[in-house]
Each structure stands twice: as C-alpha cells, then as structure tokens.
Design a protein. Structure first.
Length: 254
C-alpha cells in the first residue's frame, strides 16, 4: 500500500487561493462597486463647495473633512459588511469544514479574504484620492506618516469588527444585515450624515471613541498637521484588540 505524505500548502497554493478570492469579489458586483462608487459619489458631490473653504495649513475643507470621511466609508463598508458576508457564505456552504480535513487550513481562506479585501480598500481609497487631486486640487496630508499609521489602525479596527460579525452571523444574508446595522450606527455617531456638532455632547463623545468617528477625526488631524487626539487612537486599538479576541472565541468553522 502506497503511503501518501501530506504537505503543508506552499506559496503557489496561497497565490491560487488569493486569486480565487479575488474572482469571487469581482463577481459580486454590488460588493465590488458600492464600497468604491458610493464614497466616490459622496466626495464628488461635496468637492466643489468644500474645495473653496480654507481650513488651515494650506488645506481646504475637502482635504480635512471630506477625504477622511470618504476613506473611512471605504474601510468600514469593506471591513464590516463585505468581508464578513464572504466568510459566512463559506461556512454556510461547508467550504471551511472541507478545508479542515485537508492539509490546507480554513484559516487560509480567512487570510486570503483579508488580503483581497485590503487590496479592494486600497483601490477604493486610491481612486477617490486620485479624482480629488486631479479634478478638485486636493492636497496630501501634512503628516503623511501619521495618516498612514491611522489608516493601519483603522483597518485593524474595522476588520476586527468585521470578524465579530462573521463569527456571530449564521448566514451570508444575516452577515450583511448585521454589518449594515453596525455600519450605519457607527456612521451616524461618527459624522457620516453631518457634523457631530449637531449631536448631543455625550453621543458625540462616544462617537469619537468608536472606530468610525475615531478614524475620521484622526485622519482630519493628520491632514491639517494637528496632533491626533489620544482618545481616537485608543479607541481604534481597543476595537481592534477586543474584536480579535471576541472573534477568536466565537468564530465557528462549521
């Protein structure tokens, strides 16, 4: 009887899986277009008026307020809505269970989906920023390094929340529903529908700690060259850590 030795997947297997995940994302028309098209539309609708309002340090309201909001919408919609729905679908259809009995770990799907969704987020942000610069004269952040650091924390926080959604949602549709509720709830207290100055002070304060509002405020500070409020950074770090821990405890492969 011939013995078969199981080997762990190599780089080729990882690339193949990432390629398959990319195809799945591309075929999901709504999931591909909305996180890129909606923020771009919001940016274009506000760019003309905001581009004429100077805020400080050579930056306009488009730079300081609109672009951080647009970038946050891209990260939140992909991290909280799109990515969890794919993972819930794979669990529902038994893909993760089947992978568990092969040399390939179900975690490979998770890593591949995270990587592909991150590429999608970078693409969405890149398209929005390119249009803002070429069509409306937007400028880069004064503190580029700080903005990139905030962006990395925002990705960790949004994806941490997304993993919580994926861990508790029994079906793909419920993952989308839970993600949408979370997305709009965080956006409502984080400035997506207007300035947080219109909100009651306690609500606005809580919104600045939650990942949506914290990302918008921190990116705005980086864009104008001001100091980022420590509460924004703490909020993002705490969300990322708590989300990861909760998802690790409750996530089910079957």
């Amino acid at each position: 009887m011939t013995e078969v030795t199981a080997r762990r997947p190599g780089p080729a297997a990882w690339l193949t899986l990432a390629r398959c995940e990319a195809k799945m994302v591309v075929r999901d028309t709504a999931g591909l277009v909305v996180p890129i098209g909606l923020p771009l539309l919001i940016m274009i609708m506000n760019a003309s008026a905001a581009g004429d309002q100077q805020v400080g340090n050579g930056r306009s309201a488009l730079d300081v307020f609109v672009l951080p909001l647009v970038f946050t919408i891209v990260l939140a919609s992909i991290g909280i809505i799109n990515m969890p729905s794919f993972l819930a679908y794979y669990r529902r259809t038994g893909v993760l269970r089947r992978l568990a009995v092969t040399p390939a770990s179900p975690a490979m799907v998770l890593v591949a989906q995270l990587a592909v969704s991150l590429v999608q987020a970078v693409l969405g942000i890149g398209v929005a920023f390119a249009v803002a610069v070429l069509a409306f004269g937007a400028k880069p952040p004064v503190d580029v390094g700080v903005a990139l650091g905030v962006g990395a924390l925002a990705v960790a926080a949004m994806y941490g929340l997304g993993m919580v959604v994926a861990s508790v949602a029994p079906t793909p549709n419920s993952a989308v529903a839970i993600g949408l509720i979370g997305f709009f709830a965080l956006g409502a207290v984080g400035g997506m529908f207007g300035s947080t100055n219109a909100l009651p002070d306690p609500v606005a304060q809580v919104g600045s700690w939650l990942p949506f509002g914290a990302t918008v405020e921190a990116l705005s500070a980086a864009w104008v060259g001001a100091s980022v409020d420590a509460s924004n950074l703490v909020g993002l770090v705490v969300t990322a850590v708590v989300g990861t821990v909760v998802a690790t405890v409750f996530f089910r492969w079957n």
